[in-house]
Design a protein around this ligand. Sequence first.
Ligand code: GLC
Length: 535
Amino acid sequence: MSATDWWQRGIIYHIYPRSFQDSNADGVGDLAGIRRRLDYLGWLGVDALWISPIYPSPMTDFGYDVSDYCDIDPLFGTLAEFDALVKAVKARGLKLVLDLVPNHTSDRHPWFVESRTNRHNAKRDWYIWRDPGPGGGAPNNWLSNFGGSAWEFDRATGQYFYHAFLKEQPDLNWRNREVRDAIYDVMRFWLERGVDGFRVDVIWHLMKDAGFRDNPPNPAYQQGRPEIERLLQLHSADQPEVHGVIAEMRRLIERYPGRVLIGEIYLPLDRLVRYYGEDLSGAHLPFNFQLIQAGWNARTLASMIKEYEAALPNGGWPNWVLGNHDQHRVATRIGPQQARVAAMLLLTLRGTPTLYYGDEIGMEDVPIPTGSARDPWQLREPGLGVGRDPQRTPMQWDDSANAGFTTGTPWLPLSSNYAKCNVEKLAASEGSILRLYRDLIDLRHRFPALSTGGFRLLTEGGDILAYERFDENECFEVYLNLSREVQRLDEKVSSRAPPEKRTLMLSTHGRRESDFHAPRRSLEGGEGVIYKMRR
Ligand code: GLC
């Protein structure tokens, strides 16, 4: 087997720091809290942590509005605390990936404060300033991802500035050389401090059309959907020049051996895979969100996996993401039973898996009472179901007050089910989703066939998704029942080996006595199994 990097073999665990573990009773999670929970992550078996932004920020978009790229927000701790975390992470052989937010800053970042003082200051061109359009209004029709125009008029200087998200998040001008160099300095700052790479926020947004042409209307727009969908984002993002910028980031990263560049990209498959870059000069891992977006049935998943595998450039390493802080939780999207199937799928597919904190205990979206919403998107476009608070609620550690997350008042409400659904309880309960996750992670680590090995689909239709994972030493077959009904196993499955050769390694439903005596002929509704094939 060829040598692989940790980010190919490993499993990434995404922490939303506000909600993981509070250590100072202010109701918001922090770095010391993460450090306290490293034992748990070691027990679970994940390899790398990606932490959403922890930099100084007015928190209008909860850290994705950065006012200083080279420090830690006091809510989360200090640089000394960060260094302690890096040390503790490394001591356990884990990796630490930071969130880099280069597309925009906070409007309170000193760069923007200077930029808006007058039209002639040295930082004016660091942001995207335009004269009013012919009628005196916005320079073009581009929309903010959180609703409304993407242009904000600045009375003092008589120009508009562009913001793809909130007006408190002005976009940096990546056509400006100084901006690029300033962000590359930021990257070096954290790489020198020992971080193992970056997840780059909205990387496909960095470059906009040089001519600022209007975006065309979206003919498929439906009433009741977010306003951003009224237009096709043809000119405001995913411009060809972006690949040059990413290649620069990649070259910088390459100077630090073993570091990874991950890109957040929401684009259709053909455009997504371009982010591997010409001759793999782009992101190591352009995040693949198809498991979040796909219809949850065997046929759709099979063709999606097939198309993704076929679309990957030569040498491009696949990856799969099951959830994140912007998407409804997997257990809410597909139900608790299929959430187990999803876990088995994520952890047996070819490519790097990313899982979102709390999904391993089956956390669901938590309803947020009207009036208690915190997410700015929800506040700007209420009633559409775009709010992201429900998937950002505190981690449920045990059945004590506030689930052991904080001794203060949690910044978002806890799920009402935390007495039953928490780490302590599920870790002790055989057959729990948490034990399933741990067993899957363990199996993936023990057998490289499951992570870096080959992949072959065994089904095209029906209700069972089946595939083979193999290397020169081992061969596994994975069968996932995407339906609620019992399904016969051997129909429509083009297995290469007879059932007698199968040893059951893991089932989402736990093993039954009979499994030790005879090969299974059927799967329960919502059951997934992994077989190891005897030669
Ligand atoms: C990314 C983040 C999201 C944030 C947005 C603006 O999509 O994941 O949480 O609101 O960028 O920075």
